[in-house]
Design a binder for this molecule. Structure first.
Ligand code: SIN
Length: 310
């Protein structure tokens, strides 16, 4: 029997594959679809204090090999997500809230509100690249540290941080030192790669409307960067901080590579947007097939055991 179950701070997941916060997770109907699927958890859309319409459309485009989006956090406001938690509990899988404040006080207010709910886990989003006029918090190490310290003090739930991609070893080291100090239960690597640009050459035009066409890049293009982030943080973080990998996971082999790099759980973003809820079962089954081929029984057999060339 191949076991792909996983765990975060005592919370059991019956597999290691669920949705990323982003596509198809903003309303109760969409979250029910995730509940009925083979996803091992239900992660809600990043919420803000007030409901948001998000950026003007078109704001998402599938492209060969991935996607570009500048959604701008369209969501129903955190009170909506608090209210629907009881109804999501019928699926008997962990329910995870994703919180995207505009400043420290907003993050605090939302964490306190979810503390008194039945939500299982909190994902704190420090990395949305699509809010006009607001830089990604995860690139501001001082502000990140303030927010992360506050999370450590305030959260009564297992909590973790969704980080932007980092590209320079100095930045990995700076963030890892903050994280090792404040001890989140997990990090999520990576959010989309911010401010990419796709062009429709025939129309001589950008493909999404917000920000002059600049948006977050997802899908196959970003897998190598996502793997690098998982791997580098696996090398630098205390081993009790789990890593959740996301970025370009379409197949069981992709999933295998993320776990080999050090991920404990995996999220599907663009592949879920493109294939719908059946993607969770397909990728889980494919991962099991790879494990059978390799003779592995569970994720611990190969987690983090990526070999380097001497
Ligand atoms: C968005 O709504 O703009 C995408 C979510 C994110 O990047 O965190």
């Amino acid at each position: 029997m191949i076991d792909i179950s996983a765990e975060i701070s005592g919370i059991h997941f019956n597999s290691c594959i669920y949705n990323a916060s982003g596509p198809l997770d903003a309303t109760l109907d969409e979250l029910n679809n995730i509940g009925y699927s083979n996803a091992c958890g239900i992660l809600m859309k990043s919420c803000t204090i007030l409901p948001r319409e998000g950026n003007p459309e078109p704001r998402y485009k599938d492209i060969d090999g991935g996607s570009i989006n500048s959604m701008g956090l369209p969501n129903m406001g955190y009170k909506y997500y608090l209210d629907i938690i009881p109804s999501l509990m019928k699926f008997n899988k962990p329910v995870i809230a994703s919180i995207a404040g505009q400043n420290l006080d907003e993050y605090k207010q939302m964490i306190e509100a979810f503390n008194s709910s039945k939500v299982d886990i909190l994902e704190i989003n420090l990395s949305c690249p699509n809010i006009v006029g607001k830089p990604q918090i995860g690139y501001d190490f001082e502000m990140s540290e303030e927010i992360i310290k506050m999370c450590r003090e305030v959260s009564k739930k297992p909590w973790g941080l969704k980080l932007p991609p980092y590209f320079d070893f100095v930045h990995f080291e700076q963030m890892a030192s903050i994280l090792n100090g404040s001890k989140p239960d997990f990090i999520v690597c990576i959010n989309s790669i911010g401010n990419a640009l796709f062009i429709d050459w025939e129309k001589e035009q950008v493909v999404i409307k917000p920000k002059g066409g600049f948006g977050g890049l997802g899908g196959k293009y970003i897998k190598p960067t996502a793997l690098a982030n998982v791997r580098k943080f696996y090398e630098l973080l205390n081993k009790n901080i789990k890593i959740i990998g996301v970025g370009g996971i379409y197949t069981g082999v992709d999933a295998f590579e993320f776990i080999l790099s050090g991920a404990s759980l995996l999220q599907l973003g663009t592949s879920f947007a493109q294939e719908g809820p059946k993607v969770f079962q397909r990728v889980s089954e494919e991962l099991k097939s790879v494990m059978i081929q390799k003779g592995y029984q569970n994720l611990q057999d190969f987690k983090g055991k990526l070999k380097v060339i001497d």
